[in-house]
Design a protein around this ligand. Structure first.
Ligand code: GLC
Length: 440
């Protein structure tokens, strides 16, 4: 068994930490301007102009089954899709607003198709739901709001009642957790109660758990879907720590108790979450694989994002990135699923430019080669511990010696604890080769 134990939380995280890899989907009206999902705030776009996106949202090529097939092929085991992002637009059919996909040319509930398609492919289904809402008339203007620079912003806040907005959220979350069967993850985003306005905007306040009435919201969610996994972004700690566009350097610990926690890094293929036509910082194939391996090597999950176009398909760059995962995972997923951080005794043996993961039953160690070395890999401390070794991608034997480097030119390089793998001179045709070590 793995030696690591994580902090107990109310949700069912057992399936989650076995599955390790999921697809984040950011899809909404912001796919039309195609220049960041925060565009309404960044460019302080008026309701009137933003309505153009509502009127023209016609994802005629949306085929959720196609997304689900690609996610599955990439080795992803679950997905989390935006049901509402900060713009306030609902991708689902809600009885509590007209600002929803069925009232656009899309003409239907887009969340339902996502749920059905992903479930049909055997993937677990999650919902992202934005706590922030730049459309709702009761959401008070603050420093992130598109109307923040209006001369009469303060006056516009008259009559905006966050209590009514909190109730609206409860109503919608109830719909989401009632009308779509079993939902595995609820991903709230996000709180900023410590933010304060400055200068003539000193009256502006960030928002957090009090504003969302998070306690009631969470209580309801737990009643409707007892085992559901919920993130911590309401400002009330739940199941999931969510570092964003940042790769932790060690297993995340609870701030007060120091316990290890369940964590999930969320990352983008390029630099935005929503479809961004002109964004150019697409991650390289090597980086994509390394981010997944690095995450699992520190006991975490990776939620990798796609931002579908307003036509409803994943653009060629996103498809190519998913293919990178598909090719690698097809033959290497055994070092990801049911794997976690290697036990401490092995970590000290880790050679340069490598990462370990270890199966959670403790019996196999996976050595990921980031830079392919010449001929020998020396693992100091592993002598006597390994029964058999092979490349994971093709199950071809890797021979090894123990106690010394057997090479004519290094007569004296004896070391009792040394295990030396003999690898072929040519790097096998996988982005990151993995050596599977069967432990005694
Ligand atoms: C952020 C952003 C957002 C994105 C999210 C994903 O907090 O506001 O656009 O949806 O992170 O983690």
């Amino acid at each position: 068994m793995s030696q690591y134990v994580t902090r107990k939380t109310p949700g069912d995280t057992a399936w989650f930490t076995c599955n390790r890899f999921g697809m984040f989907i950011h899809w909404g009206l912001y796919a039309l301007p195609a220049r960041h999902e925060w565009i309404k705030s960044r460019e302080m776009i008026t309701e009137e102009h933003y309505d153009l996106y509502f009127e023209h949202f016609n994802p005629d090529l949306y085929d959720a089954r196609e997304w689900a097939r690609q996610a599955k092929a990439a080795g992803m085991k679950y997905a989390v899709m935006t049901t509402k992002h900060h713009e306030g637009f609902c991708m689902f059919d809600s009885a509590f607003t007209d600002y929803k996909a069925p009232n656009t040319p899309a003409g239907r509930d887009l969340v339902r198709e996502y749920v059905d398609a992903f479930r049909a492919e055997g993937l677990r289904v999650g919902f992202y739901y934005s706590l922030i809402d730049w459309h709702h008339p009761d959401f008070p203007i603050d420093m992130l709001h598109p109307r923040r620079d209006d001369a009469d912003a303060l006056a516009q806040n008259e009559g905006r009642d966050i209590k009514r907005y909190a109730e609206y959220m409860r109503n919608q979350v109830r719909e989401l957790l009632t009308n779509y069967g079993k939902i595995d993850i609820l991903w709230f985003d996000f709180s900023y109660s410590s933010s304060k306005g400055t200068g003539d905007k000193a009256w502006m306040k960030g928002k957090g758990k009090e504003d969302w009435e998070a306690e009631a919201l969470l209580k309801m969610a737990r009643e409707l879907q007892p085992g559901i996994i919920i993130d911590n972004r309401t400002e009330i700690e739940q199941d999931l720590w969510t570092p964003e566009q940042y790769q932790p350097q060690e297993w995340i610990r609870h701030a007060e108790t120091g316990e290890l926690v369940t964590w999930e890094a969320c990352q983008t293929l390029s630099g935005a979450w929503g479809y961004h036509r002109d964004e150019q910082t697409w991650k390289s194939p090597e980086m994509l694989i390394r981010m997944l391996v690095n995450t699992v090597s520190l006991g975490g999950n990776l939620l990798m994002n796609v931002g579908p176009t307003a036509r409803g398909y994943l653009d060629a760059r996103a498809e190519a990135a998913l293919k990178v995962y598909a090719d690698w995972m097809k033959v290497n997923s055994r070092s990801i699923y049911n794997c976690t951080m290697a036990d401490q005794e092995f970590l000290s043996s880790l050679p340069r430019d490598c990462r370990f993961t270890q199966s959670s039953d403790g019996r196999r160690l996976y050595l990921h080669l980031y830079a392919y070395p010449f001929a020998h890999i020396q693992l100091n401390g592993l002598a006597g511990k390994v029964k058999y070794a092979q490349f994971l991608h093709d199950a071809s034997e890797i021979k090894f010696t123990e106690g010394a480097v057997h090479h004519f030119s290094v007569g004296a390089a004896k070391a009792e604890s040394l295990l030396v793998l003999e690898i072929p001179p040519v790097k096998p045709p996988v982005l990151v080769p993995v050596i599977e070590l069967f432990l005694k």
